[in-house]
Design a binder for this molecule. Structure first.
Ligand SMILES: Nc1ncnc2c1ncn2[C@@H]1O[C@H](COP(=O)(O)OP(=O)(O)OP(=O)(O)O)[C@@H](O)[C@H]1O
Ligand SMILES: [Mg+2]
Length: 317
């Protein structure tokens, strides 16, 4: 596969006064599986619509498999499968009939069409309802038809806007495993609000907020970060903080919260030193009550919260 399946440079979309997407830039290597995260209104769908040629950018460049979305839109469309946020389906058609129609439209050669449709019906678990009218389908089944459509032409790049929305828990698991299997031989960019989905299948995460790119990094980089010590103590908050700060091998002490006489601290240590026993002993000697002392690594949820709520640009973006 091409080394850079998706390239985005200073891409922007302005609606009146609103910068829905503001000079974002990222690249996705061929075969990667990347999660696009961000709160409602962050600009995820707008970015995807520009990448898939459905929406012209105000400025900037986007390329799919090396083809510019503005000047080579037909080349781009023939290389990608797109599951939009609200799946546009023809209610009067039956599922199979719709997929045959879409396969023709996508230029899938006649001799391959049947096998390809069977494969997608199977992968999206809609084989048994293939003769149902689309108008009679539940939300989750419509979503599955949308995914089958996106996969139909076996595109190099899949852009999936909240692919698991509306699915039941078993379908979510199966859809995620289908997407994971597609990665490697396909490049996948998916958006979601479910952080555990990203943790389960993505190699990398991009977080956008208010149209700007806030974090872009591999999930593995989170696991490599030094764990913090989390300590909960009953006693005078500021006195405890100052005492711990002066202990050997303590790099930083942050008072996270304090409620009545119970305080929660986050402690960073020098060279990842494990100070649990030492600190427990010292707290005990001072006559304070230790309620909790453990190691904690930053999770995707911590990262998301710090990037979105506090506006930290925490990553190697
Ligand atoms: N057609 C439009 N006209 C005006 N503003 C728009 C239009 N489409 C989107 N926007 C605005 O652009 C911003 C980004 O919207 P977008 O749909 O890309 O967000 P999103 O990250 O996909 O959010 P969600 O998680 O809710 O799907 C929002 O402020 C939205 O109101
Ligand atoms: Mg959206």
């Amino acid at each position: 596969m091409s080394d850079r399946a998706i390239e985005v440079e200073n891409l922007s979309k302005q609606y009146g006064q609103v910068m829905a997407v503001d000079r974002i830039r990222f690249e996705v290597a061929g075969g990667a599986l990347v999660g696009l995260l961000g709160p409602n209104g962050a600009g995820k769908s707008t970015t995807m619509r520009m990448l898939t040629t459905f929406l012209p950018a105000t400025s900037g460049i986007a390329r799919v498999c090396g083809f510019d979305v503005m000047t080579d839109s037909m080349e781009v469309r023939s290389r990608l499968g797109y599951l939009p946020e609200s799946v546009p389906l023809y209610p009067e058609m039956r599922i199979e009939e719709y997929l045959v129609y879409r396969a023709r439209l996508k230029g899938i050669p006649r001799r391959k069409r049947h096998a390809r449709i069977e494969y997608c019906l199977e992968r999206c678990r809609i084989r048994e309802v293939r003769r149902r009218l689309i108008s009679t389908l539940s939300k989750g089944y419509r979503q599955r038809v949308g995914l089958a459509d996106a996969m139909l032409a076996d595109p190099a790049v899949l852009i999936l806007d909240e692919p698991t929305t509306g699915l039941d828990p078993i379908q979510i698991r199966e859809t995620l495993s289908t997407i994971k299997e597609l990665a490697g031989s396909h490049t996948v960019l998916l958006s979601t609000h479910i952080l555990s989905e990203v943790e389960a299948i993505c190699d990398r995460v991009i977080i956008i907020n208010r149209g700007t790119l806030r974090w872009d990094g591999k999930l593995a980089s989170l696991a490599e970060q030094a764990p913090k010590l989390v300590m909960e103590v009953r006693g005078p908050a500021f006195e405890i903080q100052s005492f711990i700060e002066h202990e050997p091998n303590v790099a930083k002490v942050k008072l996270v919260s304090s409620d009545k006489d119970i305080s929660l601290f986050e402690i960073e240590t020098v060279n990842r030193a494990d100070l649990r026993e030492t600190l427990a002993k010292r707290i005990f000697e001072k006559g304070w009550s230790l309620r909790r002392l453990d190691h904690r690594r930053q999770t995707l949820e911590d990262l998301y919260m710090s990037v979105v709520l506090r506006g930290d640009a925490a990553g190697p973006a």
